[in-house]
Design a protein around this ligand. Structure first.
Ligand code: MN
Length: 715
C-alpha cells in the first residue's frame, strides 16, 4: 500500500527542489475530506488518490500535478468546492481538478448523452492543460488495477471504454508504459479465455528460450563493452494484448510473432548517432531480416517515439528484436509527453502542435452538430487514426497526414470542406482513379471538383477520417433541410388551395403565437417543420381557418365505435337465428377477414379469424366450429390495434397520425414508447376501420412512411 511518505520520497528524489510542503498540505486536505469514505475493496478511499499521486510523481511531473492528483476526487466525491480548492491551492490546480470532475447536474439524462457531455468537458480541459490527461490516465490505471471489486457487468463496461478510449489516448501522448498496462488489464476482463491462453503460451515460450536469451545477452554485453558503447541492456517480453492483437490481425501463431523475444539497448551517453553504430555492430554479429529494420530515430513516430529496431536470427527459428535508443529517447518512449516536463517547464506549445491536440479540438468543435453516440464513435475513431497512418502529398508538395485506408474523399476534406463537398474525381500519381481508391504512403493526390456536385451519404462508407464523416453529415443535413423546407412549402400551398384559402393568409405571426413551443420565427422554419413531419398540415390549416377542424370532427363523429350489439348484425350464421354473437378478443376479426364461429358454453358464438392461433387443433373441440359469414354494412366500423416500429426521431408521431388523418380514419387511442438502446420507437394506434381492405391500405401507407421500420395489425 502506498503511503504519503512514499509519494514524497519518489517526488523529492525526482525533483530535489520541489515544493514538498504543498504536497503535504494537499494530502492533509484530501484525507480530511475523504475521511470515512471507503473503496469497493474496503480500503480507505484516500488510498486511491495516493496511488494516483504516486504514479504522477513517478512520472516526474511537477508539484501542481502531484497536488492535483491527490485532490482529483474531492470536488466530485466530497463537500469540497472548486472555489475552496482554488483558494487553498491556486488557480492551476483548481483548473486541473475541475477538468477531472464529472458534471453533477446530469442525473436524468440518457447515459450516452451524459457520457458524451462528461467527455467533452474532459477533452476541453485536456486541450487547455495536458496534465489533466496524464492524471486522468493514472486515475483510470488505478481503477483498472482494482477492477476485481466491481460487478462483472461494470467490469466489462469500464474495460471496454479503457481499451477504446483511454489506451489510445495514452498512446497518442506516447505514454507507452501506462498504455500497455491499461491494454493488458482490459484484455483480462474483456477476453478472459484468450487472456489465459496467451499468458500460458507466453510463459511456456519464455522458459523454452531462457537459455538462448541468456547467451544472446552475454554476447551483447561483451560486444558493447569491446566497442566502447556505454549502455544499459534490458530484455523485454512483448505485452500480452499486443501479442494477441498481432496474432489476431495478422492471423499468425505465437511462433510467427518475431518481436516476442526482444532486447533494448539504452545508450547512456545520449548520442543519437551511436544508435546507428550499434545497429552496425549487431548486423555484423547475426543475420538480420531486411524488411524488419526500421529507423524511427531520423523519422520519429507521430507521438514522438524514437528508436532503431532490427530483427535478428540467433539460430534456426530463434528470432529476436533489438531496439536501440538513447536514454532520453527511452524516457520519451515510456512516458511520452510526461517526460517533457522533466526538461522544460512549459511544453503546452508542443502539445498544441500534436495531432492529438488537433483531433481533440476538432472533435470538441464538431460536438455541437453531432449526436452523443456519433461523438463517442468519432472520438474513438479519431484516436485510432493517430496511431496508424500515412502521409500523402498535394501536387505542390504539401504533406497531408491521413489514417490507413484513407481515400481521395478524406484527402479532399482535409484540404478544405468546399473541396470535399464538390469533389467529383481524383488523380493519384497523375492517374485518374475512382473515389473509393485506397491511398498509400507518398501518393501525390489531386482532386477534381465541380461546383454543382454535392456530397452523397454513400461517401460515409468510403471515408476514414472523422473530419470527412462529420462534414458529409453536416452538409447532407443542411441540404436535407433545404429540401424539407421546399417540401413543406409545397404541401402547405397545395392543402390551402384545396381548401380554398388564399396563400396570403399564411400569416407567420399568427402561427408562431399558436406554436410557441416550436419557436417559429421565420416562415421557412414553419415550412421545414411541416416538411419533416413535426407539425401536421391539418394543425396549421386549423389555426389559419378553425372552421376546417370543426368540419372534420363532424365527419369523425359520424362513425361510432363498434359495440357488441352492432357486431351481432355484421355476422350471419347459416340456419341459426337469435344466437348471441361476439367478436373473439384474441384475433379481433374485421369485415373482409376470413372468419369462423365457435360455439362457446356461455357466450354464444364467438367469431374468430380463420387463421387464429386459438383455433389450432388440440386446443378446441372441432365439433363446435360453425360456418359464419359477413354481412355488409358500410356504416359500421371495427376497433383494431395497429403496431408500428420506427426509428426514434422527432416528428415521427405527427407523420404517422397524418397518415390516418389523410385517410379520414378515426384514432381512438395512441400509445408510444421509445427504446433508447436500439434507437427505435414503438407506437400502438387503436383505430376505427371499416374493412380488411381499408386496413391493408393503411398498412401500406404506413409502411411507406419515412422512418417506419415495420408495421402490423395486432393479432
Ligand atoms: Mn479517481
Amino acid at each position: 500500500m502506498i503511503r504519503i511518505e512514499d509519494v514524497l520520497d519518489i517526488y523529492s528524489n525526482n525533483r530535489p527542489d520541489g515544493d514538498v510542503l504543498q504536497i503535504q498540505k494537499a494530502y492533509v486536505f484530501a484525507n480530511m475530506m475523504h475521511e470515512y469514505q471507503k473503496r469497493k475493496s474496503g480500503l480507505p478511499f484516500i488510498t486511491h488518490p495516493l496511488n494516483v499521486a504516486y504514479n504522477i510523481a513517478e512520472n516526474k511531473l511537477d508539484t501542481e500535478s502531484v497536488v492535483a492528483a491527490l485532490l482529483h476526487d474531492v470536488v466530485e466525491d466530497t463537500d469540497a468546492s472548486k472555489d475552496q480548492v482554488e483558494e487553498l491551492f491556486g488557480k492551476d490546480v483548481a483548473g486541473i481538478v475541475d477538468g477531472l470532475t464529472k458534471l453533477s447536474a446530469l442525473e436524468n439524462v440518457d447515459i450516452s448523452e451524459r457520457k458524451a457531455a462528461n467527455f467533452k468537458k474532459l477533452l476541453i480541459a485536456i486541450a487547455k492543460d495536458p496534465r489533466v490527461l496524464i492524471i486522468k490516465l493514472a486515475d483510470r490505471l488505478d481503477n483498472m488495477r482494482t477492477l476485481e471489486f466491481m460487478k462483472p457487468e461494470k467490469q466489462k463496461l469500464i474495460a471496454g471504454e479503457t481499451l477504446e478510449i483511454y489506451a489510445p489516448l495514452a498512446h497518442a501522448i506516447g505514454m507507452a508504459r501506462i498504455k500497455n498496462e491499461l491494454e493488458d488489464l482490459s484484455f483480462r476482463y474483456l477476453y478472459p479465455e484468450e487472456y489465459e491462453t496467451v499468458s500460458n503460451e507466453a510463459i511456456e515460450k519464455e522458459s523454452i528460450y531462457a537459455d538462448d536469451m541468456k547467451q544472446i545477452r552475454d554476447v551483447l554485453e561483451h560486444e558493447m563493452k569491446a566497442n566502447g558503447v556505454r549502455c544499459i541492456i534490458q530484455s523485454r517480453i512483448k505485452h500480452k494484448f499486443s501479442i494477441f492483437r498481432k496474432m489476431k490481425t495478422q492471423d499468425i501463431t505465437l511462433d510467427e510473432v518475431y518481436d516476442f523475444l526482444a532486447f533494448r539497448i539504452i545508450l547512456t551517453d545520449n548520442d543519437p548517432n551511436e544508435c546507428y553504430k550499434v545497429i552496425g555492430i549487431l548486423h555484423g554479429l547475426w543475420t538480420y531480416i531486411p524488411h524488419r529494420w526500421r529507423d524511427f530515430v531520423s523519422q520519429p513516430k507521430e507521438n514522438g517515439y524514437r528508436s532503431v529496431h532490427t530483427t535478428l536470427i540467433y539460430e534456426d527459428g530463434v528470432f529476436f528484436e533489438v531496439q536501440v535508443r538513447t536514454k532520453e529517447m527511452h524516457e520519451i518512449a515510456e512516458q511520452g509527453i510526461a517526460a517533457h516536463w522533466q526538461y522544460k517547464q512549459d511544453r503546452t506549445e508542443s502539445f498544441e502542435e500534436s495531432r492529438l491536440y488537433q483531433v481533440l479540438s476538432q472533435t470538441i468543435l464538431d460536438l455541437k452538430e453531432k449526436t452523443s453516440d456519433e461523438f463517442l464513435t468519432d472520438l474513438a475513431q479519431g484516436l485510432k487514426d493517430i496511431s496508424h497512418g500515412i502521409t500523402v502529398l498535394t501536387p505542390r508538395g504539401r504533406t497531408i497526414a491521413l489514417p490507413d485506408q484513407a481515400t481521395p474523399v478524406d484527402f479532399a476534406y482535409s484540404i478544405h470542406t468546399e473541396v470535399g463537398n464538390h469533389c467529383v474525381g481524383a488523380k493519384v500519381d497523375g492517374r485518374l482513379v475512382p473515389l473509393h481508391t485506397e491511398l498509400h504512403d507518398g501518393n501525390i493526390v489531386e482532386i477534381l471538383t465541380n461546383p454543382n456536385a454535392k456530397p452523397s451519404l454513400d461517401w460515409l462508407k468510403l471515408v476514414r477520417t472523422s473530419r470527412a464523416k462529420h462534414k458529409i453529415r453536416a452538409t447532407y443535413r443542411a441540404l436535407e433541410r433545404e429540401e424539407k423546407t421546399a417540401d413543406g412549402r409545397e404541401m402547405l400551398e397545395k392543402a390551402m388551395r384545396k381548401n380554398k384559402i388564399p396563400f396570403s393568409q399564411m400569416d407567420v405571426e399568427k402561427i408562431s403565437k399558436a406554436y410557441k413551443a416550436y419557436k417559429i420565427s421565420k416562415v421557412e422554419e414553419l415550412y421545414f417543420l411541416v416538411g419533416n413531419g413535426t407539425i401536421s398540415i391539418n394543425k396549421v390549416l386549423g389555426i389559419i381557418e378553425p372552421s376546417l377542424i370543426r368540419k372534420k370532427q363532424a365527419i369523425s363523429l359520424g362513425r361510432k365505435p363498434t359495440e357488441a350489439g352492432n357486431f351481432e348484425k355484421r355476422v350471419r350464421i347459416q340456419g341459426l337465428d337469435n344466437l348471441l354473437v361476439t367478436r373473439a378478443r384474441c384475433c379481433n376479426a374485421i369485415f373482409g377477414d376470413p372468419i369462423i364461429g365457435y360455439l362457446t358454453k356461455l357466450k354464444g358464438i364467438s367469431v374468430h379469424r380463420a387463421d387464429c392461433e386459438n383455433l389450432k387443433q388440440g386446443r378446441i373441440d372441432p365439433a363446435r366450429l360453425i360456418d359464419v359469414e359477413w354481412v355488409e354494412d358500410p356504416n359500421h366500423s371495427f376497433l383494431i390495434e395497429v403496431i408500428v416500429i420506427t426509428e426514434d426521431i422527432t416528428g415521427m408521431l405527427a407523420r404517422l397520425t397524418d397518415v390516418f388523418d389523410s385517410m379520414n380514419l378515426n384514432l381512438r387511442k395512441v400509445q408510444g414508447e421509445s427504446f433508447r438502446v436500439k434507437n427505435q420507437a414503438q407506437f400502438r394506434f387503436t383505430v376505427q376501420i371499416s374493412s380488411r381492405e381499408e386496413l391493408n391500405r393503411v398498412l401500406i401507407r404506413i409502411k411507406g412512411t419515412r422512418g417506419v421500420l415495420s408495421v402490423w395489425r395486432k393479432k
